[in-house]
Design a protein around this ligand. Structure first.
Ligand SMILES: Nc1nc2c(ncn2[C@@H]2O[C@H](COP(=O)(O)OP(=O)(O)O)[C@@H](O)[C@H]2O)c(=O)[nH]1
Ligand SMILES: [Mg+2]
Length: 458
C-alpha cells in the first residue's frame, strides 16, 4: 500500500502544478472567490461592483471558462435564472482585484471542472454569498473545506438584504423594495457569524479565518442614484471596508500560497492517507499479534498432543524391528526423526503464520543404560557356539523410557518454537511502534512547519 501511495502522492503533486501555474498568472492580484448557491446573487454582486469600478473610470475585464479555456469578453455576467449551463466566470476590477463567480464544483460541466477547480484552488480568499431570505445555510461551506483548510480568509455577505414596503405615491399605495432595517441586518449578521464560526470549528479549521459578515442589497443600490449615502444605506460602505479588511489576510495567504499548497498536499494526501489507511492497519496488526500471543500456549499443547498421538502407535513396531538388531541408537534416531517430521507437519498446520523449521538437534535423545537391549538380552550356548537370544526383554520398561524421552523432546521443541514465535511477534510489535512513532513525529513536524509558515507571512 505504501508503495502505491508513493506513486499516487507524486501524481497528486504533479497535478497541483497547474494550480501553481494559474496562481502565478495572477501573481499581483488578490483573487477572491465569490461562492454561494444558485440565485444567491453572485453574478449581480460581481456586476454591480464592476459597475462601480467603471463609474470611477477603473478598468474592468470580464472572462469566463469555456471548453476548458479562459475566454475574455466585454459582456457582464448574466443575472437571474437565465443561465442554462453553469460555468466559472471572473472579472478583473482595476489592477489588484479579481472576483471569481463560481456556481460551485458540482454544478460545472465536466470539461470545465478541472479549470474551475484550479481557479477555486488559486483563490486567496472567499466571499460567501448567502441570501437574506434564509441566511447562513452553513452546510454550503462543506464544499469549501479544501480552501478553508488552506487557511483562506472567509467573508460572509448576506445578499438581497431588502424587503417590500408600502409607500404612498400620488395617493396610491405601491409596493417597493427597500433596505432591511439596520436592526434586522445586525441580527442576521450576528446569526450568520455564530453559525459560520460553529461550522468552521466543526470542520476543524481556524475560526479566526472568519471576517464579520456584512449585509447588502444590490437591488436597492442599483435602483437609487448612487450617492455615497445611498450606497452606504444599501450596505456598500461596510462592504468596501470589509473588502479592504479581507485584502490583508488574502494577500498574506497569497504570499504563502505555494507553501500552503504543499502543506495541504502533505497534510491531506500524504499524512491523511497514512493516518486514514495505514494507522488502522497497524492497530489491527497489533491486535492480532496480541491475540496470537494469547493463543500460543494452547497451540503448543495441541501440537504436542497431536505428535504424541501420532508417534505412540508406531512404537511397538519400531521396538520389534530394532530389538532384533539390538540397535538402541538406531531406534532412538528413527524415533527422533519421526518426531521432527510430525512436529514440523503439525507446527505448519497450527502455527503456519510463523516460519519455524523444527530445530533437529532438540529432538535427539539417548536412552540410559537401564533400557539398553544388552541389559536384558540373555546369551546362552547353542549348536554353533554362543547364541544371543532376546529372551526376557522388558518391553514395558523400554517403552516407558522411550515415551519419556519423546515427551521431553516435544517439550523442548515446543518451547523453542514458542520462543521463536514470541520473538517474531516482538519484532513485529517493535516495527509497528516504530512506524507509529515516526508518523507522530512527522505529524508534529508538519504542524510546526505550518505554524511557522502561517506566522511568518502575517
Ligand atoms: N431582491 C433582490 N434580488 C436580487 C438582488 N441581487 C440579485 N437579486 C436577484 O436574485 C436572482 C439571482 O441573482 P444572480 O446574481 O443571478 O444569482 P447567482 O445565481 O448567485 O449568480 C436574480 O433574479 C436577481 O435579480 C438583491 O440585492 N435584491
Ligand atoms: Mg450567476
Amino acid at each position: 500500500m505504501l508503495r502505491d501511495s508513493e506513486q499516487t502522492w507524486t501524481q497528486q503533486w504533479v497535478g497541483l502544478q497547474a494550480t501553481r501555474d494559474l496562481a502565478d498568472q495572477f501573481d499581483d492580484e488578490a483573487l477572491l472567490l465569490v461562492f454561494g448557491k444558485f440565485n444567491a446573487g453572485k453574478s449581480s454582486f460581481c456586476n454591480f461592483l464592476a459597475e462601480r469600478f467603471a463609474a470611477h473610470k477603473r478598468p474592468v475585464r470580464y472572462f469566463h471558462v469555456e471548453a476548458g479555456r479562459i475566454v475574455e469578453t466585454s459582456e457582464p455576467f448574466r443575472e437571474g435564472a437565465t443561465e442554462t449551463t453553469s460555468r466559472l466566470q471572473g472579472v478583473c476590477l482595476g489592477e489588484k482585484l479579481v472576483l471569481l463567480d463560481t456556481p460551485g464544483l458540482h454544478s460545472v460541466t465536466p470539461e470545465n471542472a478541472a479549470l474551475t477547480q484550479r481557479f477555486t484552488e488559486s483563490a486567496d480568499g472567499v466571499l460567501w454569498l448567502t441570501s437574506s431570505t434564509s441566511p447562513g445555510q452553513v452546510q454550503e461551506l462543506d464544499e469549501l473545506g479544501r480552501e478553508l483548510h488552506r487557511n483562506k480568509p472567509l467573508l460572509p455577505v448576506v445578499t438581497r438584504s431588502d424587503e417590500y414596503d408600502e409607500d404612498e405615491v400620488d395617493g396610491e399605495i405601491v409596493k417597493r423594495l427597500c433596505n432591511k432595517s439596520a436592526r434586522r441586518r445586525a441580527l442576521q449578521e450576528h446569526d450568520v457569524r455564530v453559525r459560520a464560526r460553529e461550522k468552521l470549528v466543526a470542520m476543524g479549521v481556524d475560526a479566526a479565518l472568519l471576517e464579520p459578515p456584512v449585509s447588502i442589497s444590490v437591488y436597492v443600490a442599483r435602483e437609487q442614484e448612487q450617492t455615497p449615502e445611498a450606497l452606504a444605506d444599501a450596505g456598500f460602505g461596510k462592504l468596501y471596508a470589509a473588502l479592504l479588511a479581507i485584502a490583508e489576510p488574502a494577500l498574506a495567504y497569497k504570499r504563502r500560497k505555494r507553501a500552503e499548497i504543499l502543506l495541504h498536499h502533505l497534510e491531506e494526501n500524504v499524512l491523511g492517507r497514512l493516518q486514514g489507511d495505514v494507522l488502522p492497519l497497524l492497530g489491527e496488526l497489533d491486535r492480532s499479534s496480541q491475540a496470537a500471543l494469547a493463543t500460543l500456549e494452547h497451540e503448543q499443547e495441541r501440537i504436542a498432543n497431536a505428535v504424541w498421538r501420532g508417534i505412540v502407535p508406531t512404537l511397538p513396531g519400531l521396538l520389534d524391528t530394532y530389538v532384533a538388531a539390538r540397535d538402541v541408537k538406531a531406534l532412538c534416531d528413527t524415533v527422533s526423526e519421526s518426531v521432527v517430521e510430525m512436529f514440523g507437519r503439525e507446527a505448519e498446520r497450527l502455527l503456519g503464520d510463523y516460519v519455524i523449521a523444527p530445530e533437529v538437534s532438540l529432538a535427539r535423545f539417548e536412552l540410559d543404560d537401564v533400557a539398553d537391549f544388552d541389559g536384558i538380552a540373555v546369551g546362552h550356548p547353542g549348536a554353533d557356539g554362543q547364541v544371543c537370544e532376546v529372551a526376557g526383554i522388558d518391553f514395558g520398561r523400554l517403552h516407558a523410557a522411550l515415551s519419556n524421552a519423546i515427551r521431553e523432546c516435544l517439550l523442548r521443541l515446543c518451547s523453542d518454537a514458542a520462543r521463536r514465535c514470541r520473538a517474531s511477534i516482538a519484532r513485529l510489535t517493535a516495527l509497528t511502534r516504530g512506524l507509529e512513532e515516526a508518523l507522530k513525529v512527522h505529524e508534529e513536524q508538519l504542524r510546526e512547519l505550518k505554524r511557522k509558515v502561517r506566522s511568518e507571512s502575517v
